[in-house]
Design a protein around this ligand. Sequence first.
Ligand code: HEC
Ligand code: HEC
Length: 460
Amino acid sequence: MALTRTTGVLFAVLTAILILAGWWKLGIPPNATAEAQSTGSGHKSVASTSPTGDRLIEHHAQEMIERGRQTFRYDTFGSEAFWGDKLQLHKAIAGEKHGGVGGGVSPKTALAVGLKVDADAVPDAVKQQIKDGKVNLDDPATTLALLKLDAVLGVKGFFDDQGGLKSIGLECAFCHSTVDDSFSPGIGKRLDGWANRDLNVGAIVSLAPNLKPFTDPLGVDTVTLKKALAGWGPGRFDAVVNQDGKAFRPDGKQAGTLIPPAFGLAGVNLHTWTGFGSVPYWNAYVGVMDMHGSGTFFDARLKDKTQYPVAARTGAYNTRGMPDRITSKLADLHVYQLAIPAPTPPAGSFDKDASARGKNVFEAKAKCATCHVPPLYTEPGNNLHTPAEVGVDAFQADRSPTHMYRTAPLAGLWSHQKGGFYHDGRFATLRDVIDHYNDLLKLALTDREKADLSEYLKSL
Ligand code: HEC
Ligand code: HEC
């Protein structure tokens, strides 16, 4: 009897130690678990005894979102080895007076090429000085100060002991974030996941003193490269040219695609305009291929010599960058992007009555909802279509292993109207898109129905 009691006490003590150890490991304060236990609605919480309870999952999700946000905003994946060390882009930003080359990039120039400033990273005193006109926005030194504050979205400066800019790396936020302009145009609170359609990536890259890391693998001269970069214009980038070497369309037009948003993507099967793959597929691709971070990327589809002559030659389809600074971050980055909701349109930005009528047109007469299935506004399943089905040429589709276009998810469409619609922005306005479908699908929409449909698209 006595023995059993001692064993019982020992067992209780051991259990308590194990539970405490569990709390410590999970980083959950003991009272949080106790709270969870006492607030259940009839269901007994098992979180205090089992690390597989609901709390564990919530905690895990929260941690993934937090880490994913850090990665999305602040991780360069070691890309400074490319943009800074190789291309010397930081020298063009600093300018001759600050140890670089040329005139340098002033905050005014930076804002003019679409770079955005995180107002929360700028101390209040400095913000006041900017308001009072006491900060020289024409001086590259001010740009360097902003970089030191980590205030330029998507661009990280690396400084030496003397405070000189020694390198520069890029982050996801460079293309997929903007600000709410609450301080002034281009300066405000971060809006993660929004497409930066002001950003002139081509103009920024052209500034680099050494473009050989681009021209050599592509086998083109600097003049041709600069012409291609200048062709993109604001809000566009060519994520595939370094695999297929197609810097221009056969008709001589630019070959970049619009920067899409990285919000509202949960539930969507294939990603990118041409459905290359899932979010983590594409994040690995972009991190390694386009940002030139150090990491692993593998896709045997890009070994095809005809479709991807450059990737097949350079072996880029099977990249094993060391150290791998990307793979361990893909899961968190994935969860973070899936957690970003598509933003709702501001009040008064569309006509409510017209939009309600437009919803009906979208779902019935115009048959839009057969492909853009609400509420995902893309197909559950294999969400791809041939170029002919959407009435556009195959150039961009044929640069993808799918040879198709992905049904674009439309939630938050209102936030990325700048630069036009469809993968390359070929339709300037929503009305142009609607007219295109009207002709292609012989919808016989009236002017009123077209106008209503347009208001509905702005409401998504
Ligand atoms: C230089 C600009 C640039 C940078 C930096 C960049 N992207 Fe992109 N991103 C693009 C462009 C352009 C596309 C469209 C590519 C296509 O369809 O061919 C795209 C596509 C995407 C998509 C697909 C969206 C959809 O609608 O399916 C996601 C998700 C995404 N990027 C996330 C990221 C993440 C995460 C990072 C950082 C690891 C990143 N991007 C870095 C320009 C960029
Ligand atoms: C056959 C399937 C299909 C039907 C039907 C369809 N769409 Fe689309 N939609 C697509 C695809 C695929 C794309 C992407 C085209 C591209 O990237 O070039 C797209 C793109 C769009 C875009 C551009 C989104 C962006 O981010 O630029 C809009 C807007 C749009 N569709 C609205 C409509 C409307 C309105 C209708 C009905 C009149 C409609 N769609 C009918 C498949 C379809």
